[in-house]
Design a protein around this ligand. Structure first.
Ligand code: SIN
Length: 314
């Protein structure tokens, strides 16, 4: 395990426990598996829960099966990864059928992507057959007609969210892009459309060039940066969204230690997602971060709820 993934807090005081109720669901802890990592199969989702994830998000699902971009589609860079997967997935109907056969052991959010409000409504209806919540991917930075292509126009975001909300009784989350100067406007539009919460942030647009071949490394040329490198971007996005929105915020971006988790919660996140650190710190990251978070809360004599957004009140 990379040493930067290790907890450094110690226990004093007497408050423990990070279980939480959010979005009408119960979670054993506020650390969820982010979309795109291990979520291609229900078995992968279950493995994350068995390793300590309090909730899980599927790989983003579309109406049809899709192969994604040509490789190389993931490259390691300093403090993170660049990916241009291109939303490969087996299709929402197939995945929902498979998911309905498995007890994952924690709430499952189905991540979906579409081109317009009607597609999102259809995807939501189908995915609701087996999921506990829906996450709308309005933020993939490297796919045509979907992701951030539909997620940077607040009016369109409001219509997409509203149609999805009308298509289900489950909580609907909107996953937002950091590749805009309007993230709060977009978050507000999602809230107006009826989103139960927002997820911030998806990957930051970026690219890498091989100095020997003198060509872009990724098959798709550009991709999305994730991991520790984007943590400060996520902290600011969550901080700004907390000022502008009333719905809960799920923070994601570079969480790999208790300190990085606490920072996002202080900024305003009610729960967190972990993606890249599953690869850089191993699957034990969920238990390691949860243990450190519980110890921090105990040491500070605070509940998880007390901690959410505390940086705005101090
Ligand atoms: C992908 O599968 O292309 C990544 C998804 C995303 O960036 O939202």
């Amino acid at each position: 395990m990379a040493s930067s993934c290790r907890a450094t807090v110690k226990t004093v005081g007497n408050r423990t426990g990070t279980s939480t109720k959010l979005l009408g669901l119960k979670f054993t802890n506020p650390l969820f598996l982010a979309s795109g990592v291990m979520g291609t199969t229900p078995g992968g989702l279950k493995s994350a829960v068995d390793a300590g994830a309090g909730g899980v998000v599927t790989k983003s699902l579309g109406l049809e099966a899709r192969k994604g971009h040509s490789s190389p589609n993931v490259v390691g860079v300093d403090c993170g990864y660049l990916n241009a997967m291109g939303l490969p997935n087996p299709g929402v109907e197939y995945f929902t059928e498979e998911l309905s056969k498995v007890d994952v052991g924690a709430p499952v959010f189905a991540s979906i992507f579409g081109e317009d409000p009607d597609q999102f409504a259809k995807l939501t209806e189908i995915a609701s057959g087996a999921a506990d919540g829906i996450e709308l991917n309005l933020s993939c930075p490297h796919a045509e007609k979907v992701g951030s292509a539909v997620g940077t126009d607040p009016d369109l975001v409001e219509r997409i969210v509203s149609k999805a909300v009308d298509a289900t009784d489950l909580p609907v989350l909107a996953k937002l892009t950091p590749n805009t100067d309007r993230i709060v406007d977009i978050g507000r539009a999602a809230e107006s459309g009826g989103a139960a919460g927002v997820v911030a942030i998806n990957t930051v647009s970026g690219m890498a060039i091989d100095v020997e071949t003198k060509r872009p490394v990724l098959g798709n040329v550009t991709g999305g940066l994730s991991g520790r490198a984007i943590h400060p971007v996520a902290v600011k996005a969550v901080y700004d969204l907390y000022e502008g929105l009333s719905v809960p915020i799920i923070g994601v971006g570079g969480v790999e230690t208790p300190e990085t988790a606490v920072e996002l919660i202080l900024a305003g996140a009610s729960a967190l997602q972990i993606g890249t650190a599953v690869a850089t710190c191993e699957l034990s990251v969920f238990r390691d971060v949860d243990r450190g978070l519980a110890e921090y809360l105990s040491q500070e004599d605070l509940s998880l709820e007390d901690l959410v957004g505390l940086a705005h009140r101090n």
